[in-house]
Design a protein around this ligand. Sequence first.
Ligand SMILES: NC(=O)c1ccc[n+]([C@@H]2O[C@H](COP(=O)([O-])OP(=O)(O)OC[C@H]3O[C@@H](n4cnc5c(N)ncnc54)[C@H](O)[C@@H]3O)[C@@H](O)[C@H]2O)c1
Length: 239
Amino acid sequence: MMKVVLVGCGAMSRQWLDAARQIDGLAIAGFVDLDAERAQARAREYDLSNAVIGTSLDAVLDETKPDAVFDVVVPAARREVALSAFAHHCHLLTEKPLADSPENARAIIAAARRAGRLHAVVQNRRYVANVRRIRRFLDSGAIGKPTSIHADFFIAPHFGGFREEMDHVLLLDMAIHTFDAARYMVAGEPASVYCQEWEPASSWYRQGSSASAVFDLGGGKVFTYAGSWCADGFRTSWE
Ligand SMILES: NC(=O)c1ccc[n+]([C@@H]2O[C@H](COP(=O)([O-])OP(=O)(O)OC[C@H]3O[C@@H](n4cnc5c(N)ncnc54)[C@H](O)[C@@H]3O)[C@@H](O)[C@H]2O)c1
């Protein structure tokens, strides 16, 4: 039996718990959230009232001694959660983004290596059927080698919550999916990127709701991205 503690009991945690209950041999031993009521509510909702509930990940890991941590917290808390999980010799399966800065990403990866534990980031958009279909089509060679890849993303959601307050909201919370899907579609090995982000005057986000980026995906493949999360009007697809 693999014992798991889930940290971050907000909106996405439901998707994780729905998936977890389909896996034989996996038991949720604890729920952690800064908001204890939210953690309790999730435990009740999934008939896991015997699980340990807490607001401190360290304390719940000490008590439950699980094999793995499921990290579904906001991006700004990812480093703290990852370091706690690895300090308790747990494997870590984490929501995207891997980290909220290159410095934090390096610290998390170094901690995973030191602990010798598995560390995996959920990038679920590469499992979207259309994305995989495009990869298969390109792999077939029908249009030759991909060299120039372009993506536009223009949507205007009003989420409320952490997204409207966080730094680099489009890049960290959404564009990362498009970047990863593009990399996957053309089997890219990213070598460099130039990126500019900005906050249009009409935006309802605090920082970084619009961005443009040019990636060198290696092997003569260039990927350009233009996106905005405050683009009222006709919208593109989420994918
Ligand atoms: N893969 C996807 O398609 C997808 C979709 C939506 C969100 N996400 C990602 O999932 C993560 C969570 O997003 P969400 O929409 O569930 O957010 P949310 O705000 O609904 O939930 C986040 C929860 O984390 C808790 N939290 C914050 N800091 C914490 C800490 N230090 N310790 C314990 N709990 C803490 C908050 O109290 C909150 O309950 C984010 O990284 C987001 O980017 C991924």
